[in-house]
Write a protein that binds this ligand. Structure first.
Ligand SMILES: NC(=O)CCC(=O)C(=O)O
Length: 294
């Protein structure tokens, strides 16, 4: 029997204490990633906007140029730091996200972009957040990424030769089940979302979204947040979480900085799908398969 996850693997989520000092964030991320790889993690994830404050007024200030790829050290210090770190830790490094600048002047565009590197330091994928975080809950939170950011247009999947396919999206992207379903139907064993939910929606929806995406698709899901900083303008929810294919919480952090390492088990997805066979019971004769044609 072929398995979606070819061999068991340890996944680490780094719930980083992010500051306004990019150089500090990069060196601190290195310490935490290497802590995770020493614990045996082979897939390591950083949070959304892990090397800058999260806020529309900061994106331009912290943005780096990623194209043409590879960028120079000056264009993107983060690209080079992450590439080097993946190599040093001999891991797949899902580098959270950073603000990306493309073009200049009138043509300038900013994106919220993930870079994912392989153990040789090679860039494997780049995901631009597809669904921008525009919400308005009166008296609680207003946020409008689309004031400054442009949305990405591509679903991102990466083949890890030893393990299988993973899918990467960013934070608010998790609220769109179509994205997760397309990735799962295309063979992903793991959906990863660097994210930074807030104190209003975090409690109600963060764990629920992670478990829902896992339950609907019978795959592993990981959501990786920055640590909460009550001095910052945006207070991240924290609670980075790993969920198994039966929607079971395999592990979760509180709001403080931490490293969560969990083993994903070969054969578990197939076991869950055999027990509750929704994966093969869908009625694509009645409603469309969202992954069809993509
Ligand atoms: N950074 C984000 O996309 C935040 C998403 C969020 O908080 C939500 O409730 O969704």
């Amino acid at each position: 029997m072929t398995h979606l996850l070819k061999q068991s693997v340890k996944l680490a989520l780094i719930q980083l204490a992010c500051t306004a000092d990019k150089a500090h964030n990069l060196s601190h991320a290195r310490i935490k990633v290497l802590e995770a790889t020493r614990a045996g993690a082979k897939i390591v994830v950083l949070p959304e906007c892990f090397n800058s404050p999260y806020g529309t007024k900061y994106f331009s200030q912290y943005a780096e140029q990623l194209l043409p790829s590879p960028p120079t050290e000056e264009q993107s210090p983060t690209f080079h730091a992450l590439s080097q770190l993946a190599k040093e830790g001999e891991c797949y490094l899902v580098g959270g996200s950073i603000p990306e600048r493309e073009g200049s002047g009138q043509d300038e565009k900013l994106y919220n972009t993930n870079l994912t590197f392989g153990p040789g330091g090679e860039l494997l994928a780049s995901h631009r957040k597809m669904h921008l975080f525009d919400i308005d809950i009166p008296g609680k939170i207003q946020f409008k990424e689309s004031e400054v950011l442009t949305a990405g247009k591509r679903i991102t999947m990466v083949e890890l030769p030893e393990y299988g396919k993973i899918a990467i999206a960013i934070c608010y992207d998790v609220r769109f089940p179509e994205l997760a379903m397309i990735a799962a139907r295309k063979g992903a064993f793991l959906l990863l979302y660097p994210g930074a939910f807030n104190l209003t929606t975090g409690e109600l929806h963060w764990e629920l979204q992670a478990r829902a995406r896992a339950m609907d698709n019978q795959v592993y899901v990981g959501l990786c947040s920055p640590a909460r900083d009550m001095e910052a303008e945006y207070n991240a929810w924290g609670h980075s979480i790993v969920v198994g294919p039966n929607a079971e919480v395999l592990g979760a952090l509180d709001e403080k900085e931490g490293v969560l390492v969990k083993e994903l088990i070969k054969g578990r997805i197939e076991e869950v799908r055999k027990g509750i066979p929704i994966y093969t019971q869908r009625r694509f004769d009645v409603y469309p398969d969202v992954s069809e044609g993509l």
